[in-house]
Design a protein around this ligand. Structure first.
Ligand code: IFM
Length: 451
């Protein structure tokens, strides 16, 4: 155990393990840029950008230009004193058509990245899928096609056999519930048209893909530590009349992936909806042994009944007393503590918090400094809640801030900023924000007081 309570402005960390891992997370499409370089294929998000469906008609063609500037970004990670860095591999960069011939130039980029991380003493955590499905596969039905599970397993095998000598932490999917819910349920994302049949199919095929990828990674990268990353937030009724809507939201948002993956069954509320897609042996194919539970958390969701939504629910009013982030997300660190305890109890796996952070509209002040005290306050209270969950018995082994850099925030484009580092998009200059220096201090303190 370490003791950091009382340090000025720092969160309580006394309950954390000695080997607790401090990190940051990013994803390929959001930071890499170079979307047309070195043989990369197109993804469904390139197409959404090309269709002009992103706020301000932004694209991720350059984003943070991490593809070229990764040495500078690793220097920032070193400055932070990070132990680990979670990134994703862009499937269309290494397999431009999603399957078939691999792209050596794309594979070589991740060799360079991984080697540079290891040389800097930072452990690479590799996520296979952070939403950038190759468009060539979308043309064949994407996640609504059962074959997509096999395409994903082949891709996982390629990645694990290429990097498994150096990478020991693999995640299959980042937030599968978010891209299936928003892609097919609400119908407002890159996966295409909405429809309940499409959504349930996609959910089941992503679950099958997860199970197949776990097996592929175990086989090609023996000894590696494998998990999936779930966006898990309390789904609460906006009014007493919304209780059922909130329960359905909880089943889709929080449970429809981890339940079959870790417990071997779909949540009871969705059992009937999922039944038509389940073939004999599928639940065994999905529930493959994993080593940890990756948890992304931002704040509770208040849910309202909505007869006009395919799903029967939408987002309702937040309680007026709850503070909001600049982009309107509720801030409630106690809810984070409760979610951590629920996940620890339900799935009985070691937990790594692999995303947590605050989205805003940060701007440099007249001196050029980016003072984001609101982000520091948020992170401090959430790390404190994590410490409280550990003290109450949850096995939590690491915490990763979203994100190292401001980046392409999906439909919101480049306008919404989650970074510890400010990106001036016209020049691509990186400037650490106040929160960067604060997080560095948290990590330094935690590591110093370890015996
Ligand atoms: O930017 C996203 C990330 O890609 C997935 N989790 C939530 C973040 C903030 O919206």
């Amino acid at each position: 155990m370490v003791s950091g309570d009382g340090a000025a402005g720092l969160p309580p960390i006394a309950a954390l393990r000695r080997d607790f891992i401090w990190g940051v997370s990013t994803s390929a499409f959001q930071i890499e840029g170079a979307t047309h370089e070195d043989g990369r294929g197109l993804s469904i998000w390139d197409m959404r950008c090309q269709r002009g469906e992103i706020s301000n008609r932004d694209t991720a063609d350059i984003a943070c230009d991490h593809y070229h500037r990764y040495p500078e970004d690793i220097a920032l990670m070193q400055q932070l004193g990070l132990q680990a860095y979670r990134f994703s591999v862009a499937w269309p960069r290494v397999l431009p058509q999603g399957r078939g011939a691999a792209n050596e130039a794309g594979l070589a980029f991740y060799d360079r990245l991984i080697d540079a991380l290891l040389a800097a003493g930072i452990e690479p955590w590799l996520c296979l899928y952070h939403w950038d499905l190759p468009q060539a596969l979308e043309d064949l039905g994407g996640w609504t096609a059962r074959d997509c599970a096999g395409w994903f397993a082949d891709y996982a095998a390629l990645v694990a056999s290429r990097y498994g000598d150096r990478v020991k932490r693999f995640a299959t999917f980042n937030e599968p519930s978010i891209f299936t819910l928003f892609g097919y349920g609400f119908g407002g994302a890159a996966e295409g048209a909405a429809g309940m049949d499409k959504m349930h199919r996609a959910i089941h095929h992503v679950n099958l893909a997860h199970g197949a990828a776990v097996d592929a990674v175990r086989h090609h990268a023996p000894g590696s530590s494998i998990g999936a990353i779930h966006n898990y937030q309390a789904c609460l009724p906006s009014t007493p009349a919304d209780t059922q809507a909130a329960a359905i939201c909880d089943a889709y948002w929080n449970r429809v992936f981890p339940d079959p993956q870790c417990l071997g069954s779909y949540p009871p509320l969705l059992q009937a909806a999922m039944e038509p897609y389940i073939q004999p042996g599928d639940l065994e194919r999905i529930k493959r042994p994993v080593d940890w539970f990756g948890l992304n958390h931002y704040g509770p969701k208040y849910v309202g009944t909505d007869a006009n939504s395919l799903l029967g629910f939408g987002f309702g009013a937040n309680p007026p007393e709850l503070p909001l982030t600049p982009i309107g997300w509720p801030i409630d660190a106690n809810s984070f503590r409760d979610v951590l305890l629920t996940v620890a109890k339900t799935y009985a796996l070691p937990i790594y918090v692999l995303e947590n952070g605050l989205g805003g509209f940060d701007k440099p002040d007249e001196t050029g400094a980016i003072v984001d005290d609101n982000r520091i306050d948020y992170l401090r209270s959430y790390i404190g809640a994590l410490n409280a969950a550990v003290a109450a018995g949850a096995d939590i082994r690491g915490y990763f801030v979203w994100s190292l850099l401001d980046n392409f925030e999906w439909d919101s484009g480049l306008g919404v900023r989650f970074g510890l580092t400010y990106i001036d998009y016209p020049t691509l200059k990186r400037t650490p924000k106040s929160s960067f220096h604060w997080y560095k201090n948290v990590i330094e303190t935690a590591r110093k007081i370890r015996p």
